[in-house]
Design a protein. Structure first.
Length: 273
């Protein structure tokens, strides 16, 4: 004789908990800053593998440009432009070129699907990746600035301004680099856009602006890194105009906010496709 539970007999009803009709509670929504810190640490660990080649290539490129320009500049404003532009070029190499390649490959390989399933805000993904890659530019930018000052006989007293120039210029350029990678339909096109952007930062940032044609000067004003270059170059004077330096840094910060907002929108657009 088998024993059958009463709950499975016809006409029987299972007991229902009194609070079964209540909606289940969801976990707390991920906050911006903890999510940003988590993505930054993960990306920093990932990018650490390539840090030595990255630092060497970015720094060697800028140092080589300064050595080449040493024979064709007569000091003064030209030397300031070359040193400041070469220093910011280290940041542009990573923020525009490598970041565009990274997000382009991430989109093509389906890696964005992984981030889309994580309970983190889209802005945290963009800012975390941009910050991790930009962190490796700090030693190269400092070495480039010190070498350039020694090479051209410029003062080293105000190099502390790099603490503001590197993150602000890096944010402005990283936003554009991430947008290139996320909006490009193919990773090859993202790589091309990143290299074109870095070439623009090289030609329009290192060469003195007053010797360029008027049309090129207007194009130079549209490049976000220009304001970081101008802010750093102004500090080499005997009596720097700090109001102008702060004005250039403010413009650079504003462009950085706009470009990172564009990259966040591009991330949302790419993640839902």
């Amino acid at each position: 004789m088998s024993v059958v539970p009463a709950g499975v007999l016809p006409g029987s009803a299972l007991p229902v908990a009194e609070d079964a009709g209540d909606a289940a509670e969801l976990g707390p929504r991920a906050r911006m800053w903890p999510s940003l810190a988590a993505v930054y640490r993960a990306q920093l660990s990932r990018a650490r593998v390539a840090r030595i080649p990255l630092l060497f290539v970015a720094t060697f490129q800028s140092v080589g440009i300064m050595i080449m320009m040493r024979g064709v500049t007569d000091g003064g404003g030209e030397a300031r432009a070359v040193v400041a532009g070469s220093t910011v070029l280290v940041v542009a190499f990573v923020a525009l070129n490598l970041l565009a390649q990274y997000f382009g490959q991430l989109r093509a390989s389906g890696g964005l699907d992984h981030y889309a399933t994580l309970p983190v805000p889209p802005a945290a993904v963009v800012l975390g990746a941009a910050g991790a890659y930009a962190s490796f530019t700090v030693p190269g930018a400092v070495v480039t600035a010190v070498f350039g000052c020694v090479l051209f006989g410029l003062p080293l007293a105000h190099l502390w301004v790099l603490a503001a120039v590197i993150p602000l210029a890096g944010a402005a350029l990283a936003g554009l680099g991430a947008a290139f990678g996320l909006l490009a339909p193919r990773p090859e096109l993202a790589t091309l856009l990143g290299q074109l952007g870095m070439s623009a930062a090289l030609l329009l940032g290192v060469l003195p602006g007053d010797r360029m044609p008027t049309v090129v000067q207007y194009a130079r004003d549209l490049l976000p890194s220009t304001y970081g270059v101008e802010a750093f170059a102004r500090t080499f004077g005997a009596h720097p105009d700090w109001a102008a330096v702060l004005g250039d840094l403010a413009v650079c910060a504003g462009v950085g906010v706009a470009s990172l907002a564009l990259a966040t929108w591009a991330y949302r657009r790419a993640a839902v496709r």
